[in-house]
Design a protein around this ligand. Sequence first.
Ligand code: HEM
Ligand SMILES: *[C@@H]1O[C@H](CO)[C@@H](O)[C@H](O)[C@H]1NC(C)=O
Ligand SMILES: *[C@@H]1O[C@H](CO)[C@@H](O)[C@H](O)[C@H]1NC(C)=O
Ligand SMILES: *[C@@H]1O[C@H](CO)[C@@H](O)[C@H](O)[C@H]1NC(C)=O
Length: 323
Amino acid sequence: MKTAFIFACVVVLAVVGVCQGGDLRKNFYRTSCPSAEAIVKKITQRLLASNPGLPAALLRLHFHDCFVRGCDASVLIGSTANSKAEKDALPNLSLEGFDVIDEIKTEVENKCARKVSCADILALAARDAVSFQFQKPMWEVLTGRRDGKVSLSSEVLANIPSPFFNFSTLLTSFQSKGLTVHDLVVLSGAHTIGDGHCNLFSNRLYNFTGKGDQDPSLDPTYAAFLKTKCQSLSDRSTTVGMDPGSSTSFDASYFVNLKQKKGLFQSDAALLTDRISNKIVGELQKSTDFFKEFAQSMKRMGAIGVLTGNSGEIRKKCGVINS
Ligand code: HEM
Ligand SMILES: *[C@@H]1O[C@H](CO)[C@@H](O)[C@H](O)[C@H]1NC(C)=O
Ligand SMILES: *[C@@H]1O[C@H](CO)[C@@H](O)[C@H](O)[C@H]1NC(C)=O
Ligand SMILES: *[C@@H]1O[C@H](CO)[C@@H](O)[C@H](O)[C@H]1NC(C)=O
């Protein structure tokens, strides 16, 4: 039976390069560490009080984790003398939240040593941070992920979509992770919270086609506002709220702004350039609808390429592969 599973896994591995586990489940830690989920929630909420940017940071960290080698906490591993890790790749731009995961992990280890994976902690903490605003879980997180033993900065560029992507390159990226056009649009709604650096969109303000021009698909009034924040093409340090007027609140306003041509990145604006995608943007204008869809798409994102069973390991420290 077990041999058959491992065999199936090896075949899958050969075909898609990852062992896709459909075997995450509810309450995986019920017997091995019953307080795990409560500890994650408690510490996340405590740290939130002094860090309002935490929901955005953790949500993005979870996304970056899942898109490179599956949701296996490979994004948390630190570089070593002979290996440059994912977190030090160029598209890491301001990934944050590592210290928070470490703090949660320490507490969880104190309660039940070597039982709870860093990948699950990250998935749970991202959910709990975003959910705090609502005082109820905004999506279900299945657990049972295990931690990967590999993290390579060289794999990030090919797996993390760029803010300069157009619709077809975005869709190809999401489809390569088993996600759909619907997931692409819905999950882009994560940009309802958090900030973006000027240099990732200022070409749209100052030099869109190399003629000192503006991106015609960007609302001119919004562009004028962005120019007051990002005063030149060389500004790489200023950040701007991605969801104008509502960037600390998790809601559907990203889609309302997007429809008004106020998406910050080209990759946001690109969602209006395809007929089907544009239609989905129109269907997500109300928070109740967005939340329902987001919960489903997050479940799918959280299952990308997960390691389960005996694959991988339970890391002792989230930043270090067990020796
Ligand atoms: C569709 C393709 C996507 C692209 C091209 C993209 C790109 C980006 C970029 C360039 C930033 C700003 C980084 C910076 O300037 O520091 C950003 C921020 C963010 N992204 Fe995405 N993203 C995508 C999808 C997602 C998904 C699927 C999620 C989560 C489900 C997500 C969650 C976030 C969050 C929460 C932030 C704000 C981070 C913070 O303020 O700390 N993004 N994204
Ligand atoms: C992101 O990568 C850059 C360049 O490799 C590195 O200097 C920086 O420390 C990294 N950021 C994080 C949060 O690790
Ligand atoms: C999207 O970008 C890719 C890669 O840069 C390019 O080959 C393709 O022609 C672009 N598609 C459209 C519709 O602009
Ligand atoms: C705008 O783009 C063009 C073409 O790439 C380049 O020659 C020019 O120097 C750019 N302008 C600025 C202000 O960077």
